[in-house]
Design a protein around this ligand. Sequence first.
Ligand code: PSU
Ligand code: MN
Length: 337
Amino acid sequence: MRHMRLTSGPLPRLHLRGLRANRRMHNLPSHITVDPEVSEAVHANKPVVALESTILTHGIPYPHNLDMAHDLNKLIRAEGAVPATIALVKGRPTVGATDEEIEYLCQPPKDGSFIKISRRDLAYAVAHGITGGTTIAGTMILAHLAGIRVFATGGLGGVHRGAEATMDISADLEELGRTPVAVVSAGAKAILDLEKTFEYLETKGVHVSTYGPKGVNLPAFYSRDSGIPSPFNFETAKEAAAVIHANSLLQLQSGMLFCVPAPHEFDIPAVEIDAIINKAVISAQEAGIKGKAITPFLLNRILDLTDGRSLESNVGFVKNNIKVGVCIAKALSEIAN
Ligand code: PSU
Ligand code: MN
């Protein structure tokens, strides 16, 4: 790893992975390791799609997480963009993790697990040399620092059921309110209170739209239809890119959420999954699970209760979201070029 100080003015120090690339880099922030291919693409305004890593460290069990990570990286390249998996690797904020780093993140350490890194955890993780998976919030922060504007994943955190009592509201929502990155997802996880989640996003001024013609409802992660109307809809990647571009022209400084309903073959209708989710929520209450542990707990419990069907669905729609993310990133690079 090289540390390099740029000479002109108070420009930041870079941690980059190659001398040749170093010379081409400009204005990237200090203390972040950006893969040269990613920084080059950002600089040349080529399409880049960020990926999170909590889904690898906490969302999907080994070895399915590793298979999925490889598939997602390949898929992004095949569709014509540069992938940038974002994580904390031994305290280094990393944008564009290498295959080895991805493998390291996917294998749970023998003495426990990697940590889940959201906004509040970032500085501590850097200061203590910690490895962990970045949540949507954590990933948005690092993607934005590296100049990446599109990020695709599975599902957003949100307002948990019973939040009136617990105040458990994911930092993902606050981040969407303050960091201008477009997140492509299958909506918010159905384990949440979805009505409150979308109310919160409205309060925070976050653009939310759903793929499909006007009138298509918000999806609910495993289910195509949450029953909740979507504030807006988009039918082409170009339309989504135009919103991202306008958001930036207006300097709104907020994120945007583009929801993509799961493809039909991966849809688990709400009537089926709701009973399972309710059971999982009860198990979590019985086991006294709280705070940051609750999302991973519920996802794992749902996986057991559905005999793996939830996993197949999850991986299936993540791939679909990634394809949509690439199309949006491509359309965005065309607008700005
Ligand atoms: N989507 C998935 N699996 C996951 C998550 C999302 O398919 O594990 C993660 C995301 O990283 C999201 C996080 O940011 O769960 C939300 O956690 P919390 O509710 O504790 O903020
Ligand atoms: Mn929480």
